[in-house]
Design a protein around this ligand. Structure first.
Ligand code: MN
Length: 385
């Protein structure tokens, strides 16, 4: 095993990988665990293969640097430009890898990255998606957990198949061992070496021919149990094989804002946040504000106007605005794109629970009516068959 250790500076390997803990810099084929004052500490990791996600990665790193300055972060980003590499070099806690971890890049990257980091000796790893901003110290979320506890986030309310009830496991042909209270969202997950079996199983199902074929075909025809990595994870955690893995669910609205379409940040979540239960993370699911076409929408198309304005009022964008001067890139997307969003941002004092509250109120009230209408239409269609 080759290795070299240097204090206080970064070293860049020929293949473009560098590894650094901030205190000691380790360059090795098989890595020692990150050790701080003789104690193994949590490693944060993310990976991204879409170059257009660079603003998201920057915001994740900036926000972690602000709220959890002691945590080491491992970033796999093959699309990193030289300018990005230079920017990362100023962040002593960040390790950037520009080489893809496996050939099977894409949908099954999460178990691959986590297993590879466990192989390198890390004991506890927290995966965070590149479309998440940390709003405050996240360490309390992972305190007092035993090694067996698997942590994941609650799926967004408007997410596909929010209620699972063992459905995904059955569709995969697995025996149902428990019913999860909600579908899994894999935006934030915590694993330890106790979860190797689970991660291997997750990787195995996503490497199956069936799953790969579905992902090669038109995404609109994907069955829900194979839609993304988190649907597979929901199936596995519900299966009898892994039914006794203890779980901790980070709650939507309380621990993390799952900003996804029109139910991304409900009135009750906003009220509870105003009363002091402030979420520690915000997740920009669905369209990404930094990468959105932001076309002009006529007021006559009210549905679309509201939908676009709701995205423009995202608590993710409001949180991102604090880092505007440190983004080193295009910060144009942070401005208001519609008259209504400009007004609501200023009368809400840029305070996330207040900004967007009128639209959330509208959607919360409209939703039950929409459901009744949908059910009625489905019944009518059945009767005419
Ligand atoms: Mn995400």
């Amino acid at each position: 095993m080759q290795h070299s250790i240097a204090a206080g500076h970064q070293s860049l390997r020929n293949d473009g990988n560098f590894l650094q803990t901030g205190l000691i810099c380790v360059e090795a084929d098989g890595l020692a665990p990150f050790v701080l004052l003789g104690r193994t500490i949590v490693l944060i990791c993310t990976a991204e293969d879409r170059p257009s996600f660079e603003p998201g990665i920057r915001l994740l790193l900036l926000s972690l640097g602000k709220h959890n300055p002691d945590l080491p972060i491992h970033v796999t980003f093959p699309g990193a430009t030289d300018e990005f590499v230079e920017w990362v070099e100023e962040r002593p806690k960040v390790t950037l890898v520009r080489k893809p971890i496996t050939d099977s890049w894409g949908v099954n990257i999460k178990p691959d990255v986590l297993l590879s980091l466990l192989d390198q000796g890390h004991e506890e790893i927290v995966w965070i998606d590149s479309d998440i901003i940390v709003l405050q110290d996240i360490s309390p979320l992972f305190e007092n957990l035993n090694a067996e506890t698997f942590v994941f986030t609650e799926e967004a309310l408007g997410g596909q198949g929010y209620k699972d009830e063992g459905w995904r496991a059955r569709q995969w042909g697995l025996q149902v061992g428990r019913i999860l209270p909600c579908a899994v969202n894999s935006g934030v997950i915590r694993v330890t070496s106790a979860h190797r079996g689970l991660l291997n199983r997750w990787r195995e199902l996503m490497a199956s021919k069936e799953y790969r074929d579905v992902h090669r075909a038109d995404w609109r025809n994907r069955p829900m149990h194979m839609n993304t990595d988190q649907d597979v994870l929901t199936a596995i955690l519900s299966s009898s094989e892994f039914a006794n893995v203890p779980i901790k669910i980070m709650r939507r609205g309380k621990d993390i804002i799952q900003y996804y379409h029109h139910l991304g940040y409900t009135v009750s979540e906003r009220v509870s946040n105003m009363l002091g239960h402030s979420p520690k993370l915000v997740h920009s699911q669905g369209p990404k504000p930094w990468d959105h076409p932001w076309e002009r929408v006529a007021l006559s198309d009210l549905r679309r106007y509201f939908r676009e304005t709701y995205l423009d009022l995202s608590p993710y964008t409001l949180a991102a605005n604090r880092y505007k001067d440190q983004l080193n890139g295009d910060a144009h997307w942070l401005r208001s794109h519609f008259k209504l969003s400009r007004i609501l941002r200023s009368i809400g004092f840029w305070y996330p629970p207040l900004v967007g509250l009128p639209l959330a109120l509208w959607y919360d009230i409209a939703e039950p009516f929409k459901q009744i209408f949908r059910r009625g239409r489905a019944r009518a269609a059945k009767n005419t068959q």
